[in-house]
Design a protein around this ligand. Sequence first.
Ligand code: ATP
Length: 295
Amino acid sequence: AALVAGGAGTLAEVWGDVMRAGGATERLLELLHAEPAIREPAVPQPPLRAAQVGIAFDHVVFSYPARPTVRALDDVCLEIAPGERVALVGPSGAGKTTLFQLLLRYYEVSGGCIRLNGQDIRALALHELRGDIAIVPQDPVIFSASALENIRYGRPDARDDEVVAAARAAAADEFIARLPEGYATFLGERGTRLSGGQRQRIAIARAILKGAHVLLLDEATSALDAESEILVQQGLAAAMQGRTTLIIAHRLATVQQVDRIVVMEEGRIVETGTPADLRLRGGLYSRLADLQLSS
Ligand code: ATP
């Protein structure tokens, strides 16, 4: 999964699937041998209440427990200002997803430190940390429940009007209104099936409803039709508004919406700058962008 993903059935894609399947086996083995690696702090620090949250990756080094000799992240330093929107790009295996996993504290850093507004995330209660981070995954899960309940999942105590407002902001309101029973329409396996773009907008609505300070977005690689693309970009813009955002970006349209691009390769940050800066520089980013534009 990367900016370079080409047409269906290319060797690169098949190889990607094989690698992913391998990864799944490793993860399974890891779970079987797992001891609870993440410990709650004995006395958690109360999170600083601020209007916005800055994120700092400070000399972060990380190896997955299943592959202790390989550095998935190798001395990553990245400061994201409160409210800044940053896109992560780079080839498959560069370490983009790993950054997300560490920020959510699914794994512990092997070296260095991650801070939110200056606080080491290891000092925070896990529910405080994860409660302030909204995630839009690549392939959002749609539950066997109504459209309303599917979005409310982002914040279970939200009122109906808040759910609808989030759907509007996420550009999901229109297609939901056109479903046979509107917001009451049953979705999921045995209900109305949604397109990829519609599922993404449901996930964006959930994230908006959650109201977290930090937004993590793992963009889908699959192509969307032109109308969906525009609506998803519109929803994204609303979700990013006023939130510190990190996006694993596969689309040029998304990359144009951010303040800064961070290019990763083999666990390291190799370039950073605005989209225009990086095109001019002619490095890895501009090569990836050329490939995507010509495909
Ligand atoms: P993609 O665009 O394909 O999602 P990525 O940039 O997100 O790639 P990561 O998933 O962060 O890359 O992977 C970084 C490195 O860590 C890769 O070498 C990958 O094979 C390895 N890796 C990822 N997950 C695990 C795991 N659970 N156990 C062992 N190694 C892993």
